[in-house]
Design a protein around this ligand. Sequence first.
Ligand code: ADP
Length: 454
Amino acid sequence: MNTHYLTSSRTNPQFYIFSQLLGQDLNWTSELCNWEAIQNVAWEEFWQREGHELLEQKWHKRFPEYKQLIEVVTPEEQELWQELWEKHASDSSAKFWHIFSCAFENYQHDLAKSFGLLEQDLENLSLDTKPRKIKPRKTTESEQEDSYLTANDDPEDIDEEQQLLLLGLPTCFASKAIQKNRKQRKPQVESSSSDSEDSDELFNMENDENRALHGVQSGGIKKNKRRQRQANKLKARMPDFMQEENSKMVKYWFKRFSLFSRFDQGIRLDRESWFSVTPEKIAKQTARRLACDLIVDAFCGCGGNAIQFANTCGRVIAVDIDAEKLAMAKHNAGIYGVAHKIEFVHADFLQFAASTRIRPNVVFLSPPWGGPDYQKQALFDIEKSLLPVGASHLMQISRRLAADVAFFLPRNSDMKQVIALSGAGQQCEVEHNYLDTRMVAMTAYYGRGIIRSQ
Ligand code: ADP
């Protein structure tokens, strides 16, 4: 078993992928004893590759005045900055380790479950050695549901004033730094359009709105009124169906920038698409993996994947049976400036595949999962529950077009069925996609051209 992992983003929510090459001949359970080693290797590789940049990015966001100050500070102050950096590095790496190890632990359980292991067996899989820095916290079911929000809880949001004082910085220096920091941070959050700041702002706003929406008292009356006003404003911007349905729908609205980072520029989604569109970070990663001359996106919906394919592939053919969805996809692709690279085809993919002479390099399949009820199945049966036909049938017709096929599947898909799609003697690569600690979906890759070599 080989496990890769990577994070493709340095912004919240963190995106982790664990992927493995799997074949029908693999005696999967015999490999389980290696989990600790796999985790350590994965973490070390990740931290070596991404750690320093992650720390630097957080540092500059937290102390924007640092760059200007560092040229004028005295050697003593420089020493204090150094201490502050060391504390920042140690706190932040601990926090990253924590999120990573939670995601990794969830991965073990998710993978075991998708192989049909029972709860009893799962208990035996728990890591029995202590993690190196901090103990991974097991997320409960309800925390996992909301983990887009909870895991966004940034390690940097500790009280800076307290931290500077703890480090023994001179009071005048500390207050100057903090005041300047505060002054500089405020306009930055308002004016910046970077992903990371957007999502931080979103997180703060969401937290405030969340508290107001759920009536949690956490401050003076004035504060609550302000929050209530913010919550009302937020509600007014939500689509009608979300306002009418129960408060659970609010969480989909909170995820809007996870779905499309340019959501505010006029992205159009119908009700179904709110639940089924691929989050942008995952779509980006899939597009990087599937970069080629010509790709077919067989069930394109409102365009989340097709837009990202347009950035990595020469040409994209986006097929959907629903003309309205196709129109939304075209509109959304326009917002990302890539509509000219996509050919939108209004067709039933089964008929399209049977009649077309086009021979793409890759076919990408993100067929309907049958609505949110897929989550209720312990093991999602990809032969019986996918629409319009079972996975094997879809694979068969897709392979007529291209040898390389990728499948975007529910997180609880039956892994034995997923592996069986690769055919006798062949392997597939299965990626488990996590946003923070929550598994969102899996992507399975079939065909030599797209699976990573050992
Ligand atoms: P989910 O069940 O995951 O919510 P959707 O209902 O959003 O999935 O379906 C994904 C997309 O597939 C939709 O845009 C839908 O119109 C499209 N679709 C469904 N059947 C076909 C088909 N036979 N050919 C092409 N597109 C299809």
